[in-house]
Ligand binder design. Sequence first.
Ligand SMILES: N[C@@H](CCC(=O)N[C@@H](CS)C(=O)NCC(=O)O)C(=O)O
Length: 221
Amino acid sequence: MTPTLYIGNKNYSSWSLRPWLALRWAGVAFDEALIVLGGDGYGRSRIAAVRAVSPTGRVPALALGDVTVWDSLAICEWAAEAAPAARLWPTDPAARAVCRAVTCEMHSSFAALRRDLGMNLRRRTEARAWPADTREDLERVEEVIATTHARWGAEGPFLFGARTIADAFYAPVATRLRSYGVSSSPVVAAWCDAIFADAHFRAWESAALAEPWTIASTDAL
Ligand SMILES: N[C@@H](CCC(=O)N[C@@H](CS)C(=O)NCC(=O)O)C(=O)O
């Protein structure tokens, strides 16, 4: 049975983008079902259509027959196991451990970055002065990208050379830096360009730009 990935609006749903990219990069066949976010219950995990498919009331969720996997990292782990040849985690044990650390840091941190630079693929603003906690998040995220690529990325433009789950997890950051006019070091800019040039990212982006829905609270950022 083909798995179904439930996702939110492609323009806004950073959590949905991550496993969608990982599944595409892994070459795993899946159907996608988009649930429009932003209406009744949004922000409280109380959207009825989401609650019908995800026990947390949040997307992404991956339906595997009668089993549901409801967390972006867990879905990426499932993809890595379903398609080991895709090497969504690096094969070298040390690189793999660091790749997991980098991914987990994105999964559990950067609250100020999420608050002030919501993913919004359509959006372009001028550079601005950010609050101290947001500046710290931006500095740390750029440090992660630069130091990871310098240490592990000799064989390609992605964080560990080839595409891994870490790139999928940081891909929304590339779009946030672009949307909100954040100037980056050349190494971070080069990694962002690799994400923007990826054929699967581009497919997501063009679908996002064609979406008719808006979320006013994110558009106001
Ligand atoms: N930790 C979860 C977070 C998922 C999440 O926050 N999803 C947002 C969309 S990007 C959501 O479904 N929000 C619905 C709501 O706030 O009502 C994951 O990694 O999948």
